[in-house]
Design a protein around this ligand. Structure first.
Ligand SMILES: Nc1nc2c(ncn2[C@@H]2O[C@H](COP(=O)(O)OP(=O)(O)O)[C@@H](O)[C@H]2O)c(=O)[nH]1
Ligand SMILES: [Mg+2]
Length: 191
């Protein structure tokens, strides 16, 4: 699969304000700063499409992007990261509710849970994964920032993720385009 075009569609605070698109849709999940927005920009080869940041964002919005490849058009939904402590309990609870509603009601092709290669799997990654399994929501994993670790460590981490979560897991680095192809192939297999 080759990406031909990518455009930003809309930012919405909850599912009620997301348009019905009738296209295959993937939701990007993971802790703040794991590299979700950078992943979108890397696969579409446009560093400005999704906002990236060194400081985790405070806006709790669902950002929808329409991606057109030579095979198919699909949607990537960039979701606010979980595990961002610097917002109030009330805001966290509100977003948690919006996120769960979105994941349950939106007919997703799959979710993609991002894990930072520099860290071990975190408690909130596990909780999210258990919640997805409980609700029968499909998921695969992407190990981001693989440029920070060796090939050997990458393979070890991937097999730990695959065993722990019983999901497919793929390596990724925004600095090295070699990883993109197998991820795009996986998209293609699903839609
Ligand atoms: N070295 C490296 N840095 C990355 C990679 N992916 C993301 N980053 C950096 O990590 C930070 C957070 O990325 P961002 O995409 O905004 O994370 P998000 O909060 O999950 O959307 C930014 O400074 C990115 O440049 C990667 O694969 N390699
Ligand atoms: Mg982001």
């Amino acid at each position: 699969m080759k990406i031909k075009n990518a455009k930003f569609l809309i930012s919405a605070p909850n599912i009620k304000l997301c348009p019905e698109l009738n296209l295959p849709e993937y939701a990007l999940l993971g802790r703040s700063n794991v590299g979700k927005s950078t992943f979108i920009n890397t696969i579409v080869n446009n560093s400005k499409l999704a906002k990236t940041s060194n400081t985790p964002g405070k806006t709790r919005l669902i950002n929808l992007f329409e991606i057109t490849s030579d095979k198919k058009t699909f949607i990537l939904a960039d979701l606010p990261g979980y595990g961002y402590a610097k917002v109030s309990k009330k805001e966290q609870a509100e977003w948690q509710k919006n996120l769960e509603e979105y994941l349950k009601k939106r007919k997703l092709t799959s979710t993609i849970q991002f894990i930072d290669a520099r860290h071990d799997i975190q408690k909130n990654d596990i909780l999210m994964q258990e919640w997805l399994k409980f609700n029968s929501i499909p998921c695969f994993n992407i190990l981001t920032k693989c440029d920070y670790i060796s090939k050997n460590e990458i393979n070890k981490k991937l097999s730990v993720i695959e065993k722990t979560f019983e999901n497919r897991a793929f390596a990724f680095s925004s600095k090295n385009k070699i990883y993109i192809e197998s991820i795009l192939n996986h998209f293609e297999e699903q839609i």
